[in-house]
Design a protein around this ligand. Structure first.
Ligand code: ACO
Length: 323
């Protein structure tokens, strides 16, 4: 008998305002054709004035709790992956805790940029396996629209806002790859590449700063590293590419998603793709894709999923889980 962290409920939230690629054509030297061809993105959601990351996260958290049939006080902890918290501190997670009316347990933010949700799943899994918590709300939420340079066509067309959340809970498993829940994790970072993707502000500058990215360099690392981390995590679980029902990738660029699937010899009809509708929502992209994939009827109980991401740091990793 072994303990597994099993998904009990999932939900997401997207801000009301939808911005099509054409919106950028009036403001920048760009086109719908370029954005679609280079990134696969067609539209994205942007938060309303005054709408914060913790607001989006709270909506997604409520949806996940409803789906799990649980109340806020049934939860032991909230882990919120974000690079765009409402304030430098306190954590956006404590704001969600208060908005949910949760009066027990603990809440904290975790920051690993686009790989944030993978790191959050890994952290939640470790806490559940160690017995520190039995039920954890794991959220990815971002308002990247607040840190975009609207004059930089190479970044501002790529990102969007949104949130996704899931409830992980301890359950007994047999200790085999047939168990439901998280089966294996692989995490990596390499700070030598921190200049490829960063925000040029923060506590040291006294400003919030804006996203700066050498997109083609990040692209090269993504193609090289994502299939490798997914395959490492699968091997740790005693599984291989053939066993995977669904790849649920970080949604940054359709060409990266296709390149990773190809390396894993996996056809695109078993890959959950939402990048066309959401853009890159950083730490929110994987829980959004999981939630949308489940709602579309793609992801079903018992399916084997591998989810992977790379982002600023560089930080990257993968999680293998059975739904
Ligand atoms: N419209 C028109 N032309 C553009 C635009 C635009 N919006 N943006 C850039 N271009 C131009 C460039 O200026 C360049 O022109 P030049 O050749 O005259 O210099 C040309 O298009 C090609 O630029 P590249 O950057 O080489 O284009 P590429 O094919 O690499 O596509 C993209 C760019 C979409 C950014 C891609 O590199 C990418 O997706 N990179 C990865 C991003 C990513 O995965 N990020 C994940 C992590 S995000 C996080 O952690 C927060």
């Amino acid at each position: 008998m072994t303990t597994r962290a099993v998904v009990k409920g999932i939900g997401h939230y997207l801000p009301e305002r939808v911005v099509e690629n054409a919106w950028f054509e009036d403001r920048l030297d760009t086109s719908d054709e370029w954005i679609r061809a280079r990134s696969g993105i067609e539209r994205r959601h942007f938060a309303a004035e005054g709408e914060t990351t913790s607001d989006l996260a709270t909506h997604a958290a409520r949806a996940a709790l409803d789906d799990a049939g649980l109340a806020a006080d049934d939860i032991d902890a909230i882990i919120l992956a974000t690079s765009t918290p409402d304030l430098t501190f306190p954590s956006a997670a404590t704001m969600v805790q208060s908005a949910l009316g949760m009066t027990r347990g603990f809440a904290f933010d975790l920051q690993a940029v686009c790989a944030g949700f993978i790191y959050a799943l890994s952290t939640a899994n470790a806490m559940i396996l160690s017995g520190q918590a039995r039920r954890i709300l794991v959220i990815g939420a971002e308002t990247f629209s607040r840190i975009l340079d609207w004059e930089d066509r190479s970044t501002c067309v790529l990102f969007g806002d949104g949130a996704g959340a899931l409830v992980l809970a301890a359950e007994d498993g047999a200790g085999t790859p047939q168990d439901r829940g998280i089966l294996a994790v692989d995490l990596n970072s390499d700070g030598r590449h921190r200049d490829l993707l960063y925000v040029d502000g923060g506590v040291s500058t006294g400003t919030t700063g804006l996203v700066r990215m050498q997109g083609n360099q990040v692209f090269r690392h993504a193609i090289e590293k994502l299939a490798a981390t997914a395959e490492t995590a699968l091997a740790r679980a005693g599984l291989q590419d053939d066993d995977v029902d669904w790849i649920v990738p970080h949604q940054a660029n359709i060409r990266i998603i296709q390149g990773t699937a190809k390396r894993m010899k996996h056809s695109m009809d078993r890959v959950v793709v939402t990048v066309q509708d959401h853009g890159n929502t950083s730490a929110a992209s994987i829980p959004l894709a999981l939630s949308v994939g489940r709602a579309r009827g793609q992801i079903k109980r018992g399916d084997l999923l591998v989810t992977e991401a790379i982002g600023g740091g560089l930080a990257w990793g993968a999680v293998v889980l059975r739904w």
